[in-house]
Design a protein around this ligand. Structure first.
Ligand code: SAM
Length: 211
């Protein structure tokens, strides 16, 4: 397990993260800004960490895997569902994407909004249910969902550009497969599935029912 940024980046490389732009973004963005004070010493370990309210900052490998799968280009318009700590959004923005991100937990939303105010990235944030998307700025080049849902929300399929890609974990509440979905034409999608991920539940109108 890496414990410095450099070691973490080497570990990600050895686990199959070969896109230098993704690894560069991990170098630029300080993950310790996104984890609670008491856990900052673990910021560069390759593990998920609690961020309060039963939620987590995803494992660095998972963030890197999803980012690499999205194949981000400069100025891509990216919709993220599940802002959480803001780390994934910051990685996307550090790669030159214009990020639109939605969080349904009000306390987490307020905390991350304050943090984004201090960072030099293009990130727009909204409080609400991300399973209905953010129609005002659609269509998006890329969509990333960082909570696990029972099925791909129809609204997100609609808000993806033709030629765009969505990455979303789908399965039961414990285990999900990563769906990498290319929209090849209006109402036509090609999907690749990668098993064995574990996310907190996607809760909302087109997700699991809430607590
Ligand atoms: N991308 C995050 C990061 O970098 O820290 C990962 C956050 S955590 C694994 C997933 C987040 O999704 C939680 O903060 C949770 O409150 C949020 N969430 C769950 N369902 C949601 C929904 N329907 N819309 C928006 N956010 C949602």
């Amino acid at each position: 397990m890496g414990s410095s940024k450099k070691e973490l980046i080497e570990e990600l490389r050895s686990e199959g993260i070969t896109d230098e732009k993704v690894l560069d973004a991990f170098d630029k963005v300080d993950r310790s800004l996104f984890v609670p004070d008491a856990l900052k010493i673990h910021a560069y370990k390759n593990g998920a960490l609690p961020i309060g309210f039963g939620q987590t900052i995803s494992q660095p490998y998972t963030v890197a895997f999803m980012t690499q799968a999205l194949s981000i280009k400069k100025d891509d318009k990216v919709l993220e569902i599940g802002t959480g700590s803001g780390f994934q959004g910051a990685i996307l923005a550090a790669m030159g994407a214009k990020v639109f991100t939605i969080e349904r937990n009000l306390e987490i939303y307020n905390r991350t909004l304050l943090l984004f105010d201090k960072l030099p990235f293009r990130i727009m944030m909204r409080y609400g249910d991300g399973t209905i998307g953010w129609n005002e700025f659609a269509p998006y080049d890329k969509i990333i969902v960082t909570a696990g849902g029972p099925a791909v929300p129809e609204n997100l399929r609609k808000q993806l550009k033709v030629g765009g890609r969505m990455v979303i974990p789908i399965g039961d509440k414990e285990k999900q497969s990563m769906m990498i979905i290319d929209k090849t034409a209006e109402d036509k999608f090609d999907t690749t599935e990668v098993p064995n991920f574990s996310f907190v539940p996607l809760i909302g109108r087109e997700g699991w029912s809430g607590e």
